[in-house]
Design a protein around this ligand. Sequence first.
Ligand SMILES: Cc1cc2nc3c(=O)[nH]c(=O)nc-3n(C[C@H](O)[C@H](O)[C@H](O)COP(=O)(O)OP(=O)(O)OC[C@H]3O[C@@H](n4cnc5c(N)ncnc54)[C@H](O)[C@@H]3O)c2cc1C
Ligand code: FES
Length: 499
Amino acid sequence: MTRSSVPQGPSLWVEQPGSIDTDAWRDGLTADVVIAGAGLTGLATALTLLDQGSSVVVLEARTIGAVSTGHTTGKVSLLQGSQLSTLDKALPRELLDAYVAANRAGQEWIRQFAGAEGVSLEIRDAITYAATDAGAPTVEAELATASSLGLDVSALSSVELPLSITAGVSLPRQFQLDAGDLLAALARAIRRRGGIIVEGVRARDVHSGSPCVVRTDRGDVRGDRVILATGMPFLKRGGQFATIQAHRSYALAYRWDEPALRGMYLSVDEPARSIRDSEQADGRYLVVGGNDHRVGTGQPTTARVADLAEWTTATFGELTQTHSWSAQDYRVSDTLPHFGPISPGDDRVFVATGYNKWGMANGAAAGISLAGQFAGNAPEWAMALRGRVPTPSAIKNTLAAGATVAGDMAKGWVGAELASLPKDGPAEGEGVVVRDGVKPVAVCKVNGVVSRSSAVCPHLGGIVAWNDVEKSWDCPLHGSRFDASGEVLEGPAVTALSS
Ligand SMILES: Cc1cc2nc3c(=O)[nH]c(=O)nc-3n(C[C@H](O)[C@H](O)[C@H](O)COP(=O)(O)OP(=O)(O)OC[C@H]3O[C@@H](n4cnc5c(N)ncnc54)[C@H](O)[C@@H]3O)c2cc1C
Ligand code: FES
């Protein structure tokens, strides 16, 4: 099996986390709107609100782009794999129209911002393809749905890549970008307009009121409104955790000495393969992605990275690998993003989540939608998406997700009951969940250091599982992740695994 030849680490876009200028923490921070999360959603929303005259403070638990946006594949497209035909099967047409309108608005927002701020956009045809007979009908359905929505799509029977396809659909003049460049430009524009961005501040709770008080690990921050742009919302009161699943996948970058590609690609076969190129200051790269799985399941994760590397070599020949990374995103039961109040009728606390790995255009659309909702002039698509009622298939998916979560919860506790610590402790790079009396404990060894913490996720009691490629403890219930010492990396948990 071809091994990934570089350690898991920063992406091609965010090679030096924490290198974007931000503001220092100070006590007594107050603004019209407090935003938790400095990914694309939080920063695009902050800028839109500043342009509308609101004051804004953005609180980021880690560093700008530390989670999904910094580790995306960065395609900004209206053709999104087989998303449109999937939504078409599950939703009334008005909601699909609203989804496309939201993405068109978000894509245009990024195009204009990038043009004004000198962020390079690489224009590409977006291509959805199948390499198997079984995948061809999905591509044909996507072509039919996209065409019925007025998108200028056409069928393809071959591609420029060394891939034999059974069906393809192409949408011209979409674009791809370097997410690090976009985030840095957004941060600069926000701070130029007087917005404040503070890194290393984790929001832990929000007290609704006038003003709202955001409780953080550094102190309180006050605002008339609060937006959780944190991926999965960390507040339990909206109940979003019951309808959202966290999915993680992998990306590898290679030196690419061939001409620039004309397309950016996503397959509909399982496992899906995402392919794009990227022009960087030191030359051109090829980025491949895929091997999606629910967070906290599907171990060993090293095998997923190795499989992706092997597929790349088999497809493109021997290339020099430079980067290996992974990230997760969130899928709502009805597969539509949610940008609106955390619970019906709440006019203080808002969330933006559920992009199903299509959060570039959707993240910018979230900003347009929320700023419009606050100003009372939200576009029609925003109100359609905000006011939707659960469809029968969404209810079925929510019940299925609940059953999966309950199953994972039971499996985690039973697994811990049955396991015992190897005589010599875990091997280097390994982690095990074992029983200590009645308590499940997580024991791992990384760089020679053995760490031991509770295996019970502080969010809602799931039992964490070891992720061997990222040396982290991942919760299968709602996607919280913790480093080897138990500190929170991402997800809805706001406190560490207890020691
Ligand atoms: C592998 C992969 C490939 C993808 N490729 C594409 C693509 O090609 N095109 C596309 O459109 N989409 C793609 N996506 C999806 C897209 O990248 C995401 O949907 C988007 O980046 C989400 O942005 P965000 O700002 O909502 O979340 P994030 O970028 O995750 O930002 C959330 C931020 O909130 C912070 N945070 C969390 N909790 C707290 C807290 N309690 N207090 C303060 N801060 C907190 C986090 O540290 C994080 O920085 C991909 C996703 C993945 C995983
Ligand atoms: S993320 Fe919810 S229980 Fe762990």
